[in-house]
Ligand binder design. Structure first.
Ligand code: GLU
Length: 309
C-alpha cells in the first residue's frame, strides 16, 4: 500500500483542481451559499493514525449523514419499534421520493431515505419535546467525536424548515398511515435540526470510528453498539447510503458509506479505517461528486473494499 499521508495529500490536490465539481444543493437556500471550491478529507486507521488533507477542519452541514447517528440512538432505545416502522431495502428512488411511499402504504423502505429518517426521528421525540431527540443525537455525536463544540447551525435548520415542503408532505402522509406518532410539526423540526448539525471531516471521521471497530469506540473502549449491530448498520450504509446511486457507489467504491446533501460522506472500511470526505458539489442523485471520486481513488489505491478477499 502507498504511504497513506502522501496518498491522501495527492487525492486532495487532484480534487482541488478538478474542473467538474457538481452542483451545490440549492433547494435549501442556506446551503446554496457554500462555495463548491472546497474539498476536505480525513482518514483514521484502525491503529489510530489520523491523516488529513484540504479543508479537513472546515465545518459543513452534515445533513443526511446524521441519519446514521439517529438510527444508532433509536436502535439502542427500541430496535423492534424501529423495524416495525421502516424497512431495510434499498429504495432505488430519489432521497425525497413521495410516490414510493404512497405506493407502499406509508412504510418507508429504509432509515436512510428522508421518509425513513423522519420516522426514526419521530421515535426519538415522540411524546416529548422535539429538542430532546436532537439533543440525544448531538450528545452521541459529541461523545463519539470527543468534541463538545459540535452544534446545530440554526440558520440552516430555519432555512430548511421554511422550504421543506416535500419533507412535510412525507411526514403528513406517514402520519395518515400511523407511522408518525408525534405532532408532525415537532417531528419535522427535530429532523431539520438534526440535519443542520455542523461538523468537519476530522470530527466526522472520529465519530465514525466505532463502525470500523465492530461497535467499540476506541477513545473510551466502550461498546456503542454490539458487533452484530455494527455489521448491520454497515450493511445498510452499503445498500442504502447513497439513495438511488447506492449500487453505483458499491460498484465504484465498495465500502459502506452515508452521504448528505451538504456534500459530506462518512465511509467505513471495516477493521481498517473511518473516512470522511467533503466537497459541496453534488451529483444529480444528491451525493458529493468529488467526495465519491476521492473515495474511489482511495479505495482503489489501498485495496480497502468489503468485496476484497
Ligand atoms: N435535510 C435534507 C433533506 O431532508 C437531507 C437530505 C440529504 O442530505 O440527502 O432534504
Amino acid at each position: 500500500m502507498p504511504d497513506l499521508a502522501s496518498l491522501v495529500t495527492h487525492i486532495a490536490a487532484e480534487m482541488a483542481k478538478a474542473p467538474e465539481r457538481g452542483r451545490v444543493a440549492d433547494y435549501i437556500p442556506e446551503l446554496a451559499k457554500v462555495s463548491p471550491a472546497q474539498f476536505g478529507m480525513v482518514v483514521i486507521t484502525a491503529d489510530g493514525c489520523e491523516v488529513a488533507a484540504g479543508d479537513a477542519d472546515v465545518a459543513f452541514s452534515i445533513q443526511s449523514v446524521s441519519k446514521i447517528f439517529a438510527l444508532v440512538e433509536a436502535l439502542s432505545r427500541d430496535a423492534n419499534a424501529v423495524w416495525a416502522r421502516v424497512g431495510r431495502e434499498p429504495s432505488g428512488s430519489a432521497f425525497n421520493s413521495i410516490v414510493q411511499l404512497e405506493a407502499e402504504g406509508g412504510r418507508p423502505r429504509n432509515p436512510f431515505i428522508n421518509a425513513g429518517a423522519i420516522a426514526v426521528t419521530d421515535l426519538l421525540s415522540a411524546g416529548d419535546d422535539p429538542r430532546a431527540g436532537v439533543g440525544a443525537i448531538l450528545r452521541l455525536i459529541r461523545q463519539l467525536a470527543g468534541d463538545d463544540d459540535i452544534a446545530v447551525d440554526g440558520a440552516v435548520a430555519y432555512s430548511e424548515a421554511a422550504s421543506g415542503h416535500r419533507n412535510a408532505a412525507l411526514a403528513h402522509f406517514m402520519k395518515a398511515h400511523g407511522v408518525i406518532a408525534g405532532p408532525v410539526e415537532a417531528t419535522l423540526s427535530s429532523y431539520f435540526h438534526q440535519c443542520a448539525i455542523d461538523m468537519s471531516c476530522r470530527q466526522l471521521a472520529r465519530a465514525g470510528r466505532f463502525l470500523m471497530h465492530g461497535g467499540i469506540d476506541p477513545a473510551s473502549g466502550e461498546a456503542v453498539v454490539s458487533p452484530e449491530r455494527a455489521r448491520r448498520i454497515n450493511a445498510l450504509m452499503l445498500t442504502c447510503g447513497h439513495y438511488d446511486a447506492s449500487g453505483e457507489f458499491a460498484f465504484r467504491v465498495g465500502l459502506p458509506a452515508k452521504s448528505g446533501v451538504g456534500g459530506g460522506i462518512l465511509a467505513i472500511a471495516p477493521g481498517r479505517a473511518s473516512i470522511a470526505v467533503w466537497s459541496p458539489g453534488l451529483s444529480p442523485q444528491g451525493n458529493s461528486l468529488l467526495g465519491t471520486a476521492a473515495l474511489e481513488h482511495l479505495a482503489g489505491a489501498t485495496g480497502w473494499n468489503v468485496f476484497n478477499p
